[in-house]
Ligand binder design. Structure first.
Ligand SMILES: C[S@@+](CC[C@H](N)C(=O)[O-])C[C@H]1O[C@@H](n2cnc3c(N)ncnc32)[C@H](O)[C@@H]1O
Length: 301
């Protein structure tokens, strides 16, 4: 799977596209194919795929982050690609209502390295920043609200379900006891106090949980999947890269459902097992370590 490792070099230093060669190998973009990138970010996957399809005018690049949109506009507007500033659920509904169908769809879920590296965005437990964590800077719900206003039960649920945090009750209680918590480093200290001798930073789980809640990540994914299949042309391919076991479970079950029963069968699964990054990729880009790629092809409209 990784024999052409250096085939598609990314030129953007901010964000290394994850599983890039694997995406190309399994999704097999072809000349003139249309493309919908639901999480275009800094255009790493888009650039590589569009360098093969050479069809920028039938390429739609979606992101909910204003900064990513500015970057994408600068890079792809002149080629005639459509840049869409919206969350992928609403963007997909709009495309469907406009009767648009495409041959290739990619969703590379979650946050970008840019989000994690910018202290002001509040995604990093290592950098001092506000409790923000919004991918879409225009939305009203922030991490500050979740941390300081949510009930104990709701906090426990989020930490346990979205963060897979074994000590969710203890952490929720300490959050409540220390309110108001006003910045990322203050929040990071709480799981660090609970897990004194942990080898990995225990704040990862708390931050992931709150980020998923703030950005409504799992609901948007669940609601979007059916629409993505509808947006695919016959023989079109949908690839999804996820970073969280709950996301992967949602994707896996959905793909199984629409590929298994004769009367429902709309797609063929191209990845019987999810594709994961090579050792080299993980060393080169630690953010890729939990990535899983699943791809289906549409076989019936
Ligand atoms: C992992 S990055 C994608 C990076 C991209 N593939 C690249 O190569 O540069 C995820 C991007 O998706 C965006 N995003 C995440 N969830 C989204 C959603 N529900 N709707 C639209 N954009 C979303 C984030 O703002 C971020 O820019």
């Amino acid at each position: 799977m990784n024999k052409n490792k250096n085939m598609h070099q990314n030129k953007n230093k901010n964000h290394l596209p994850v599983l890039l060669n694997e995406v190309i190998e399994v999704m097999k973009p072809k000349l003139n194919e249309s493309y919908l990138d639901l999480t275009a970010g800094f255009g790493g996957h888009a650039e590589a795929i569009m360098s093969i399809t050479k069809n920028p005018k039938e390429s739609y690049l979606v992101d909910r982050d204003q900064f990513a949109i500015n970057y994408l506009k600068q890079k792809f507007n002149k080629l005639g690609s459509k840049i869409i500033h919206n969350d992928f659920l609403d963007a997909s509904k709009d495309l469907l209502n406009s009767n648009i169908k495409v041959k290739l769809i990619l969703a590379d879920l979650g946050v970008s390295s840019f989000h994690l590296n910018e202290a002001q965005r509040g995604f990093s437990f290592k950098l001092d920043g506000p409790l923000d964590m919004r991918m879409d800077q225009g939305q009203s719900l922030t991490a500050y609200h979740v941390v300081n206003k949510y009930s104990r039960d709701k906090l426990i649920y989020i930490l346990k379900e979205y963060g897979e945090e074994p000590k969710s009750r203890l952490i929720a209680d300490l959050i409540i006891k220390n309110r108001p918590i006003s910045n990322t480093l203050e929040l990071a200290q709480i799981p660090q106090r609970v897990w004194k001798n942990s080898r990995t930073d225990p704040s990862t789980r708390t931050f992931q949980a709150i980020r998923i809640e703030v950005n409504n990540e799992l609901n948007l994914l669940s609601e979007s999947l059916k629409i993505w299949i509808k947006l695919l042309e016959l023989n079109g391919r949908l690839g999804i890269i996820s970073f969280h076991s709950l996301e992967d479970k949602i994707i896996k079950n959905f793909f199984k459902e629409i590929s298994s029963y004769d009367y429902l069968k709309q797609v063929k699964i191209l990845t019987p097992k999810p594709i994961i990054p090579s050792h080299n990729e993980i060393v080169n880009n630690p953010r890729s370590r939990s990535a899983k790629l699943r791809v289906v092809a549409k076989i019936k409209t």
